[in-house]
Design a protein around this ligand. Structure first.
Ligand SMILES: [Zn+2]
Ligand SMILES: [Zn+2]
Length: 199
């Protein structure tokens, strides 16, 4: 968890970073904006005016349930997010679906030396023929992340971190996949099978 003091600091930094320029050229636009009008192409400005909490500007921590495993994500925001309704994720999560946040491997792989003895690995063959390496905490058994090895032996350059392990994780913009086995209602436009664009 992030301390309230650190959060305030982040919030301050974010506000400073997002403060719109106040040159006279932009003033008419800012005035119209302050009257409640929105500009369809300016998401930064919209976010500045929204009541949403500021996004994390530091890379989130990735932790297991017992706290033995603590990693730092390779960037502040994941490349993409998934809610996976496949039967493998149902088994793995012992629940209705799995969530994942995709981060670039670089900066996170290999695991830090002092953590390697605490991390176990179980591998399975996916329908695609790729191998999914599944890494978990030996202390509490929590699945931390998946790493895909393609059929030719090369690893996918990203890691699928289980959403519940990622500090501040949310499902904003997440894509629902393998919805043909979904146990809960899914948003329209979800993908019945594998994602059309691979993470
Ligand atoms: Zn653990
Ligand atoms: Zn799945």
């Amino acid at each position: 968890m992030i301390s309230s003091k650190a959060y305030l600091l982040l919030a301050f930094r974010q506000r400073t970073a997002l403060r719109p320029p106040t040159s006279s050229l932009l003033r008419p636009y800012l005035m119209s904006h302050s009257k409640g009008m929105t500009h369809p192409t300016s998401s930064t400005t919209n976010r500045y005016h929204s009541n949403m909490p500021p996004k994390l500007s530091e890379n989130p921590k990735i932790t297991c349930q017992c706290g033995t495993i603590s990693l730092t994500a390779s960037r502040a925001e994941p490349l993409s997010k998934y809610v996976c309704h496949c039967t493998e994720c149902q088994k793995q999560s012992t629940s209705a679906f799995g969530t994942s946040a995709i981060f670039p491997s670089e900066g996170m792989w290999p695991f830090p030396k002092d953590l390697q003895q605490h991390i176990g690995m179980w591998a399975r063959r996916a329908d695609s023929g790729n191998t999914v390496e599944c890494y978990f905490c030996k202390g509490c058994g929590v699945r931390i992340l998946h790493r895909v090895i393609f059929k030719d032996g090369t690893p996918r350059p990203s890691l699928a971190v289980k959403g519940g392990c990622v500090e501040g994780f949310n499902l904003e913009g997440a894509r629902h996949i393998y919805t043909r086995s979904a146990l809960v209602p899914v948003p329209e436009g979800s993908e019945p099978g594998a994602p059309r664009v691979k993470p």
